[in-house]
Each structure stands twice: as structure tokens, then as C-alpha cells.
Design a binder for this molecule. Structure first.
Ligand code: 13P
Length: 339
């Protein structure tokens, strides 16, 4: 039965001690990442970089699923194996980013709404055929003095629920990602207030559109101080504010929360996750679906040189291992020094 397929996939993604690698950077975003190491964003270089990540021996001990971009879903590893098959053979579940990006919101053009619903039913069928068992859609909410508007929160929540319902119809677990950006100067209190309003709107829409909560995962921001806020909240404050907010807004039927890193320092993201898990048990398991906080050191270590692949893989494995420890509430800063 479809429901059971969804529930089983969601549970496998939340295997204790494991989390998700977000390697679904769009063509524009991966270009920025590759530019930062002086590597040209050609299809070949993108394949080489993803090949490095996905063939890292032992990562499957810490990683339950990988979110791919469409190009990567249909690419092959160096040995000719399609990437989704390579991952599935290691017991890692392949996923797919299905949104088509945040676009200016008409009527409030400083804000965005995420597009990609037209034709999504047909695309999902093709992605499932290629091996994808879960998906991701990111709505983006920006904080400023007069933002977000209720209008922006509402349209993004509505689109997230439309997407989630279509995924479940196709037997694909939707990761519902409403991201409140940290790239501003707001306080942690303001982040908590906005995050709560967004989560309330998202769950109201998910229910209205008959989304099975047991067959989805939530991928939110943590409740943190804006990056340019002069008063930065400490690790314990972030953990407590995030948990208070989620306990108020996220139904216990949701089988897991997998945080995004959102531009946090890698080690801070790990420490925050660890601090939350030390305060458990919670109504839902808490894990990670990090992009930058899993990949940044590996990207730098690689630098586009084949000779650096082993060093880059070690760097990725270290972040995966330390975040796995944080999922168990067993991380400590000394582990960053360890080889
Ligand atoms: P970051 O962890 O770098 O925020 O990326 C996660 C993600 O998938 C954003 O959509």
C-alpha cells in the first residue's frame, strides 16, 4: 500500500545515527561553489565532484540518503554506474530536488515564491523511474523590518503542500523545506517568531491538502541569530529556542526533522544539532540534511585536482562522522582535531 511505502522510506531516511547529504545544488549554485575554488562549472567537473562525494568509502555508515539535482540523477559514476544505482547499492537512498527555484513574488517583488508545480506529476514519474525515492522543495522566507508578509508565507506554504501531495501520490517521500534565511541582522527572538509563523502556515496547508504527515520529513532552519546581529546567541540558547519553537508547531506524527545548515559555520551546525539531541528524547528524531556544512571542507581540499580526491573524501567523511555523533548527542569539539 502506498502509505506504507512512504512510511517505510521516511523511517529508513531517519535510521538512528544517520542523516542526509544535500548535494542538489542547482546549476547556478554549484557554479558559485566551484568558482570559490577556481574550478570551471562544466558538466564534467560537476560529475567529478559528485563522483568524489558519492564514492567515499564508509560514508554510508553516517548517510541514509542523498538529494541530487536533476542533472546528477541522470549522470553516471566514473565506472559507468548511474549515480542513483551506485548510491542504492550502498544502501543510500537517492532523492531529487524538484523545485525550480525561488522567483520574485508578484505583488511583493522583494520576496520570492518557489516555482515548479506545472508538470510536476509527470516529472515525478520520470524521477521515480530513475530511482528517486524521496524529493525536496525549498520555500524561502527572508526577514527584514517589514518582511516576511503574510502573503509570502501563505503562497510558499501552499506550494509546499501542493508539491508534497503530488510526491505522495507518486510514492515519493516529500521533504518539506521552509527556510527562514539567517542572512540578515535580526535577533534570535525575531527568528523564532517568524519560524513559528511559517511552520504554523505550512502545517495548516499540509493538513488542508491531505498530506500524510507520517510519510514526509520536515527540513527547517534552526532558530539562530541573524548572521549580522551584533548579539549572537550561544549554542545552548539556539538549542533551547529551536526546540521550544518546534514543540509548539510540529505535530508528533512527523517522523523526522532534518535541519539545513543555512550558512552556519560547519562546526556550529554540528554543535547545535548535538546540543538539541542531548536535551532529548523529543517527539521526533532530529538529524541533518546539510549541504554546505557537510561539503565545504571537502570542496576546499579537492580544489579540482584528481590527486586531492582522497584528502577531500577524508574531509567529507569527517563531517559526516561528526554529524552522526551529533545525531546521537555524542559529539564534542575534540573530535574536530581527530584525524
Ligand atoms: P545548506 O545546508 O547549505 O543550507 O543546504 C541545504 C539545502 O539543501 C538548502 O536547500
Amino acid at each position: 500500500m502506498q502509505h506504507q511505502v512512504l512510511i517505510n522510506t521516511a523511517r529508513s531516511l531517519m535510521t538512528p545515527g544517520k542523516g542526509i547529504l544535500a548535494a542538489d545544488e542547482s546549476t547556478g549554485t554549484i557554479k558559485k561553489r566551484l568558482d570559490s575554488i577556481g574550478v570551471e562549472s562544466t558538466e564534467q567537473n560537476r560529475q567529478a565532484y559528485r563522483n568524489l562525494l558519492f564514492t567515499t568509502a564508509g560514508a554510508e555508515e553516517f548517510i541514509s540518503g542523498v538529494i541530487l539535482f536533476e542533472e546528477t540523477l541522470f549522470q553516471k559514476a566514473d565506472d559507468g554506474t548511474p549515480f542513483p544505482h551506485l548510491l542504492a547499492d550502498k544502501g543510500v537512498i537517492p532523492g531529487i530536488k524538484v523545485d525550480q527555484g525561488a522567483k520574485p513574488l508578484s505583488g511583493s517583488p522583494e520576496e520570492t515564491v518557489t516555482e515548479g508545480l506545472d508538470g510536476l506529476r509527470e516529472r515525478l514519474a520520470a524521477y521515480a523511474e530513475a530511482g528517486a525515492r524521496f524529493a525536496k522543495w525549498r520555500g524561502v522566507i527572508d526577514i527584514a523590518e517589514d518582511r516576511p508578509t503574510d502573503y509570502c508565507i501563505h503562497v510558499n506554504a501552499h506550494a509546499l503542500a501542493r508539491y508534497a501531495a503530488l510526491c505522495q501520490e507518486a510514492g515519493i517521500v516529500p521533504i518539506v523545506e521552509p527556510e527562514v534565511l539567517m542572512n540578515a541582522k535580526h535577533s534570535i527572538e525575531r527568528c523564532e517568531e517568524v519560524t513559528a509563523a511559517v511552520l504554523d502556515a505550512v502545517f495548516a496547508e499540509l493538513k488542508r491538502q491531505n498530506v500524510l504527515l507520517e510519510g514526509m520529513l520536515l527540513k527547517p532552519n534552526m532558530v539562530v541569530s541573524g548572521k549580522y546581529c551584533p548579539q549572537q546567541a550561544g549554542i545552548d540558547e539556539v538549542a533551547k529556542a529551536t526546540l521550544r519553537c518546534f514543540r509548539r508547531c510540529v505535530p508528533a506524527a512527523v517522523p523526522g526533522i532534518v535541519f539545513l545548515s543555512g550558512g552556519q559555520d560547519d562546526e556550529d551546525a554540528t554543535a547545535h544539532l548535538d546540543a538539541m539531541n542531548r536535551l532529548g528524547p523529543h517527539p521526533w528524531p532530529l538529524s541533518f540534511s546539510f549541504g554546505r556544512a557537510l561539503q565545504s571542507p571537502a570542496l576546499k581540499a579537492w580544489g579540482g585536482q584528481a590527486a586531492n580526491v582522497p584528502a577531500a573524501q577524508q574531509a567529507y567523511l569527517k563531517r559526516a562522522r561528526n554529524n552522526s555523533a551529533a545525531v546521537r548527542g555524542e559529539y564534542n569539539a575534540e573530535m574536530e582535531g581527530a584525524a
